[in-house]
Design a protein around this ligand. Sequence first.
Ligand SMILES: Nc1ncnc2c1ncn2[C@@H]1O[C@H](COP(=O)(O)OP(=O)(O)OP(=O)(O)O)[C@@H](O)[C@H]1O
Ligand SMILES: [Mg+2]
Length: 272
Amino acid sequence: MHPPTATTASDGSTPLLEVRDISLSFDGVQALHRLSFAVRRGEICALIGPNGAGKSSLLNLLNGVYAPDAGSIHYDGQPFTRMEPFDAAQRGIGRTFQNNALFHRLSVQDNVLSGLSRHGCSTFIEHALHLPRARREAAQFMERTEATMAFLNLLAYRHTPVGQLPYGLQKRVELGRALVSEPRLLLLDEPMAGMNAAEKQEISRYITRLHHELGATVVLIEHDIGVVMNLSHHVVVLDYGRKVGDGTPAQVQANPDVIAAYLGLAHAETLP
Ligand SMILES: Nc1ncnc2c1ncn2[C@@H]1O[C@H](COP(=O)(O)OP(=O)(O)OP(=O)(O)O)[C@@H](O)[C@H]1O
Ligand SMILES: [Mg+2]
């Protein structure tokens, strides 16, 4: 029997990502319950919902950290239910984490470069012996690291240990580490958490640019509804692991279920 193929959108293209009837639980806690949605190629899709709604768990499914209890995920028209983070990186899925997961004693440059650690072809021995393939790969990786630091205006800090940078710049380095592998799908878990309005605007501009100039499809978790409404084309709303809204920012903002479950109650302080 052939595995089911991804559904086709009205314009004839398959979505880059499709989640079908996914469930996930942890020791009796139902983190996600029969969740389905699709992300079209080239869109910025925001995932919103109150604390504990299952947003980060969903990203962990999408890049292979967890496997779903039930349901399937289709990426680029192909189903996967079990995919290791290594496979996800190889297939062009990059991500950042909610809790800054940088190497604080290493420089900005080394942190960005570390985003390519799952993309090499040459072996440890080839590197140790400085064989040609290893040298070529190292030069290519350095070029990409330079270009990524330039894109994010990080060149001035390249030799600074990340732990010495202000928080807003650390989040930018984390974005660089996810971006350096030139992912087709970028999963961003609260890239603006804890930032002031000016810093949020700055990160929003980088996300818009990487979407326009690099053509990346983005799935973004963000609590600030004002930012979400300005930045995204598509919004999926989760509440207690279930989908309570799915549409354009305007549709979602006008959806009474979303207002009841989320916008009006749980995070009223973040409304514009
Ligand atoms: N590794 C884990 N072990 C046990 N329970 C977990 C684990 N990860 C998540 N959970 C639980 O699953 C539910 C969803 O958590 P998740 O972190 O996905 O929510 P979230 O929407 O990202 O929340 P937040 O906005 O606070 O980041 C919560 O009840 C959480 O306690
Ligand atoms: Mg989370």
